[in-house]
Write a protein that binds this ligand. Structure first.
Ligand code: PHE
Length: 361
């Protein structure tokens, strides 16, 4: 085919430039060069008027065809580039709907709060409800009603924080244990009573395993027939669920508390490897709680008849449980509010412990 005026070469040049354009901006440059006001094809069309009429017709038709073809090519390439850019964006901007709602969230749940929730979850499953009492207690609830009269030696062991004497000579205390909630529960709840009372407790004491404020969970079961077998079963079930192993061995040691008779301290078996404690293996023993059958004087102080009702109580250190389960060595660090510590030992806010979903997940 003849090529009057070298249009074929021009066409090939533009076709190559269009194929090579790798962005919309580059493509636009090609368009301007070809079809813009001062573009090469536009210029050639302007020149048509100077041609003799017999050449003008054929040349005009050829230029129009060229203009149409280049225009169509530009349009197609533009669409290709747009599709590719969209594809690229879709790849990088994909939304992962399985991510947490706010992946940038910084907060963490303190191990004590987490263990507190775990404990409540386990006892709720065993039919216990949660009871509460105030941090500032009267001498009656913290001591007397629990069978600890004023000169009783147990008072010394409690390293009590006392408030100033009042005009009537009475002194309030920061509760030294959660046992006062036993009395409050007996006063306010109908039998049978099955409660736990997790909460803060205070003693004037501080070293690697003691802090002036710490946490306990109290349990009280009171009805007409609850006996020590029930106490033992309850503690075994609790330990298995909490430490998430069936291998926990428990040792009941005769002990003394003024508010229980008989009284037992309970140890669980553990091993120490490289300064790390592991529960449920090895043959070392670690004390985790105090327990016993509720003393008749305590039942009476709570407003019930010890000849008709009986039951058991125990008190566990929540912080101690957290140290054991999550291998946290120093109790003091629990309350120093060191962000690095919290980030390391903290739990994700959405990891609410449940028996069905896993406690420590
Ligand atoms: N109150 C006791 C303590 O703080 C623990 C305990 C509670 C013991 C209930 C027996 C029964 O050490």
């Amino acid at each position: 085919m003849s090529d009057p005026g070298g249009l074929k070469e021009l066409q090939q040049g533009f076709e190559a430039a269009i194929a090579a354009a790798d962005s919309e901006a580059a493509l636009e440059e090609v368009r301007v060069r070809a079809l813009g006001k001062k573009g090469e094809i536009s210029q050639l069309m302007k020149g048509l008027g100077k041609l003799p009429p017999e050449e003008r017709k054929a040349r005009g038709a050829a230029l129009n065809r060229l203009k149409g073809e280049i225009g169509a090519l530009l349009g197609r390439r533009k669409q290709e580039l747009r599709d590719a850019a969209l594809e690229e964006r879709l790849k990088t901007e994909r939304v992962d709907v399985t991510l947490p709602a706010r992946p940038e969230a910084q907060g963490a749940i303190h191990p004590v709060s987490h263990v507190w929730e775990e404990v409540v979850e386990i006892f709720a499953d065993l039919g216990f409800s949660v009871a509460e009492g105030p941090h500032i207690e009267t001498d009656w609830y913290n001591f007397e009603a629990l069978n600890i009269p004023p000169e009783h030696p147990a008072r010394q062991e409690h390293d009590t924080f006392y408030f100033h004497k009042r005009e009537d000579g009475s002194r309030r205390v920061l509760r030294t244990h959660t046992s006062p909630v036993q009395i409050r529960a007996m006063e306010t709840r109908p039998l049978p009573i099955r409660v736990i009372a997790p909460g803060r407790t205070f003693r004037c004491d501080s070293d690697q395993t003691h802090t002036p404020m710490f946490h306990q969970v109290e349990a009280l079961v009171l009805d007409e027939s609850t006996h020590m077998g029930h106490l033992k079963w309850t503690l075994e079930e609790f330990c298995k669920a909490f430490f998430e192993t069936d291998n926990v061995k428990m040792r009941f040691r005769a002990s003394h508390f003024p508010f229980t008779e008989p009284s037992m301290e309970v140890d669980i078996n553990c091993s120490w490897q490289g300064g790390q404690v592991k529960v449920g293996e090895g043959d070392d023993w670690l004390e985790i709680l105090g327990s016993g059958m509720v003393h008749p004087n305590v039942i009476r102080a709570g407003g019930h008849d010890p000849d008709k009702v009986q039951g058991f109580a125990f008190g566990i250190g929540i912080d101690r449980l957290a140290m054991l389960k999550y291998g946290i060595p120093d109790l003091r660090a629990f309350f120093e509010s060191d962000l690095r510590w919290l980030r390391h030992y903290g739990f994700r806010a959405l990891d609410v412990p449940t028996l069905a979903g896993g406690l420590s997940a």
